[in-house]
Ligand binder design. Structure first.
Ligand code: PLP
Length: 464
């Protein structure tokens, strides 16, 4: 036992060695910026943003050790030392037999599903991330979301809202037949369901069903370390385990994984694909050469592989994870105290505001999420992202009629190791101002839109 006094304040477990200035803007300037961008926050330049909470993907800060690793990068086309260090680091943590580098997570997905899926197959997941779903569907397969019912309830405090409904999984296998299910995925943490974790108990239960039918399990492992830390905090028998040993146990139940290193890889670009299957690995590497590159670099520079090798070890640091989870919790708790309806409990990487509940005077097709995210930018230069009918509303291509999304959310994603406590306090202060004026917020209409992925490029106009 240690008799050292422990303090409650969770501090950033790092100091700042290199800084990037942000430019202060006035409300009048931001008003002009918004008009020029047709009220689409994706069209705003970064120098016009004060606090950028658009995404946690590839936007984090690297450590001095990672920058040192960058200098060690070996740019040999084949068999580089960078690849050897990358492979060794991943094998140490994930334990899979074959490690295939890719330029992003979605490249790993495309290769995995190209090799494993065919037309008419079904791929279960807790909730498919949007690129995962798109890559499954691109093969003519069906992406089935089987998250537990609590995962759809924004106000449930269930500790593992990312869990898969094991009964539904079994029923699906029995209904469509084992031969139609080439693999089962689990997204850890469940990004599209609010960054909610999956418990070890659930991973084991899913694996047991899959063993019965001889179906392989793959993780979408983008936030594997955040998931493992939630297991440590919330699953009693793991309280005294190291996060690394929890990750190793999680991975021991899987046959492989896809990974976006832009998340818990702590880098700005990169990803990988893992498998224990020799034959699949061979087919995957053949495809890799076709579009990504030779199997010892996979579309990345040697220095990128080195930065990932270090980042994956750093993300397991429990002082880091404690601070990481505390940051989301701090922001979430303060927004909730102001009165914001948020998705509870906050996940690992973001806080989600329920704009439909906050702005009941706006109809879903007046895009309450868009209205709130535009207002947060106007009020304080904070960039967030609408995850509602702008992103997921469906437009009938013949009648032009539009069906709203199930939820109207605004996501505040937290880049890793990037903002200080006072940045977050500033966000909370701006949010308080916006909340007080919520009844004055107007709806939006879309004046121009492309056919696919309209949220990136659509033009908007505020309704008078
Ligand atoms: C980001 C992400 C992906 C896709 O990875 P990219 O590196 O952006 O291609 C896949 N799954 C999850 C859960 C993600 O968060």
């Amino acid at each position: 036992m240690s008799f050292e006094k422990t303090f409650r304040t969770v501090i950033e477990p790092f100091i700042i060695k290199s800084i990037e200035p942000i430019r202060m803007t006035t409300r009048a300037e931001r008003e002009k910026v918004l008009q020029k961008a047709d009220y689409n926050l994706f069209k705003i330049n970064s120098q016009d943003v004060l606090i950028d909470l658009l995404t946690d993907s590839g936007t984090g800060a690297m450590s001095s050790e990672q920058w040192a690793a960058i200098m060690r990068g070996d740019e040999s086309y084949a068999g580089s030392q960078s690849f050897q260090r990358f492979e060794k680091s991943i094998k140490d943590i994930f334990g899979f037999k074959h490690i295939i580098p890719t330029h992003q997570g979605r490249a790993a997905e495309r290769i995995l599903f190209s090799v494993m899926c065919k037309n008419g197959d079904v791929v279960p997941n807790n909730i498919h991330f949007d690129t995962t779903r798109a890559n499954v569907e691109f093969q003519g397969a069906v992406a089935e979301d089987l998250v537990i019912i609590e995962g759809h309830n924004t106000q449930s405090y269930f500790p593992f809202k990312g869990n898969m409904d094991v009964k539904k999984l079994k029923k699906l296998i029995q209904t469509v037949g084992r031969d139609k299910i080439p693999l089962c995925m689990l997204t850890i943490t469940n990004n599209s369901g609010g960054g909610q974790p999956v418990s070890m108990e659930n991973i084991k239960a899913v694996k047991n069903v899959l063993i019965e039918f001889d179906i392989p399990l793959y993780f979408d492992a983008a936030r594997f370390a955040e998931n493992a830390y939630f297991i440590k905090l919330r699953e009693k028998e793991y309280a005294s385990h190291s996060v690394k040993s929890i990750v190793q146990e999680m991975m021991s139940y899987a046959d492989g994984c896809t990974m976006s290193a832009k998340k818990d890889g702590m880098v700005n670009i990169g990803g990988f694909l893992c498998t224990n299957d020799d034959l699949l690995a061979k087919q995957e590497k053949d495809l890799l050469i076709l579009t990504e590159g030779f199997p010892t670099y996979g579309g990345l520079a040697g220095r990128d592989l080195d930065a990932i090798a270090v980042g994956l070890q750093e993300v397991l640091n429990e002082d880091y994870l404690r601070y990481r989870i505390a940051e989301a919790q701090y922001l979430g708790e303060h927004l909730a105290k102001i009165g914001y309806p948020i998705v509870q409990p906050p996940g690992g990487h973001a806080v989600y505001i329920d704009a439909k509940a906050m702005l009941p005077h706006l109809k879903p097709l007046e895009y309450p999420g868009q209205s709130l995210s535009v207002e947060l930018y106007l009020a304080g230069g904070i960039r967030t992202v609408e995850i509602g009918s702008v992103m997921f509303g469906k437009v009938d291509q013949t009648t032009g009629e539009e069906t709203p999304a199930e939820m109207e959310l605004v996501r505040l994603a937290l880049p890793r190791r990037t903002h200080t406590q006072s940045h977050i306090d500033y966000v909370i202060e701006v949010a308080r101002d916006v909340f007080e004026k919520r009844q004055e917020l107007t709806g939006y209409k879309i004046t121009e839109q492309p056919r696919y992925l309209r949220h990136f490029t659509a033009n908007f106009e505020p309704k008078k």
